[in-house]
Ligand binder design. Structure first.
Ligand SMILES: Cc1cc2nc3c(=O)[nH]c(=O)nc-3n(C[C@H](O)[C@H](O)[C@H](O)COP(=O)(O)OP(=O)(O)OC[C@H]3O[C@@H](n4cnc5c(N)ncnc54)[C@H](O)[C@@H]3O)c2cc1C
Length: 328
């Protein structure tokens, strides 16, 4: 065994030349978990790397739609996360709770995955690190980030229990997050620049009829105010230019999403879409680097749904099986 220490981003990490895997999956969301389970079932030696907790992003989803595989009529995100975790345990999947900070995947056939604590080696990699909300520039947004302004409902909803809050966004995620937040807050302003709700009819009805949610369509955020933390938000109508002040203790911004790929900064050979938001792959989930695949919401795909990612995972694992066979 060769043990070496090396300094990366000022943190001491250790690496072990014998820590080799057939496959490393980066990201323990639904896509990564399904891929890891399918790989393990095929006898592929797999390691799942997850920064936070398994399926962390499911915890703020009240009802999962388009997932018709459970007995319940409606399944919550946390229930689904529990189901995925049980499957991981049942299948003895090896997990390391570590943040991937860098990949070295060009020079060697044996690819290096560098986390804050270790360097791991693998013959193939699946990038499944998902997506996150992009930061948005609203007057005052820099000052109040972490002081009432949040991009993560699952992280900050609890601190707003019984208080008034606002969510602003133009996509389905904003709408569904509003329903989740309404479980905690006293009153929720839902502010969107669109003239209707960007979600399914079922979700639309829930929002419109919700006693705690007040919708403002075709409105934009015009300013955040407060001494230390957010206390008031000005919103302005796009139609009449009329503004109103809302007294709130928190603001959630769900405007735009982009893939989590900070660790790929130096891997310029990986092809990404024109806005630099998602990873382009072939229909077989191959990236532009041999042995590296991408699936799930990180991938430049059309329907960002768990059911879609299940088939992406299967396709990727099938390809990896072939790839490993010919690598021998
Ligand atoms: C509000 C909301 C409602 C939704 N409703 C539905 C629905 O009803 N039905 C449906 O099918 N889908 C729904 N979705 C979409 C679905 O939740 C996502 O598309 C799905 O979670 C994406 O899965 P994923 O595995 O690709 O990524 P993610 O779930 O984002 O998982 C990626 C994981 O990678 C980890 N990670 C990121 N970077 C690193 C790193 N550097 N190192 C290690 N780990 C890392 C993250 O911690 C995360 O756990 C909804 C999404 C939102 C936000």
């Amino acid at each position: 065994m060769v043990k070496v220490t090396q300094e990366v981003n000022k943190e001491i990490i250790t690496f072990n030349q014998n820590m080799g895997y057939d496959l490393i999956v980066i990201g323990g969301g639904p896509a990564g978990v399904i891929a890891a389970i399918l790989a393990s079932n095929r006898g592929i030696k797999v390691l799942l790397l997850e920064e936070v907790v398994i399926c962390s992003n499911l915890y703020n989803i009240q009802n999962i739609e388009d997932f018709p595989f459970t007995d319940d009529e409606e399944v919550s995100g946390s229930k689904l996360a529990e189901i995925f975790m049980n499957q991981i345990e049942k299948n003895n999947i090896e997990i390391a709770y570590e943040r991937v900070i860098k990949l070295d995947i060009l020079k060697n056939k044996n690819k290096k995955v560098i986390t804050q604590r270790h360097v791991y080696f693998a013959k193939s990699i699946i990038l499944a690190s998902g997506m996150q909300n992009r930061t948005v520039q609203v007057p005052g947004s820099k000052k109040y980030y972490g002081r009432g302004l949040s991009y993560c409902a699952a992280c900050d909803a609890l601190s707003l229990t019984g208080k008034d809050a606002m969510i602003s966004g133009n996509n389905e995620y904003a709408v569904k997050t509003a329903l989740y937040l309404a479980n905690y807050v006293h009153k929720l302003y839902f502010v969107t620049e669109c003239n209707n709700i960007q979600a399914t009819d079922k979700v639309n009805r829930k929002i419109m009829l919700h006693p705690k949610i007040q919708c403002y369509f075709q409105h934009k955020l015009d300013g955040l105010y407060g001494k230390e933390v957010i206390e008031k938000i000005k919103i302005t109508s796009l139609l009449t230019d009329k503004s109103i002040m809302c007294d709130v203790s928190g603001l959630f911004l769900y405007h735009d999403v982009a893939g989590c790929m900070e660790y790929l900064k130096e891997n310029t050979d990986i092809n990404v879409d024109i806005d630099n938001e998602f990873i382009n792959t072939s229909n077989l989930m191959e990236t532009t680097i041999s042995g590296v695949y991408s699936i799930g919401s990180l991938r430049n795909n059309y329907l960002k749904r768990i059911i879609t990612f299940s088939s992406e995972a299967l396709i990727a694992i099938n390809e990896i099986q072939n790839y490993l066979y010919f690598l021998k």
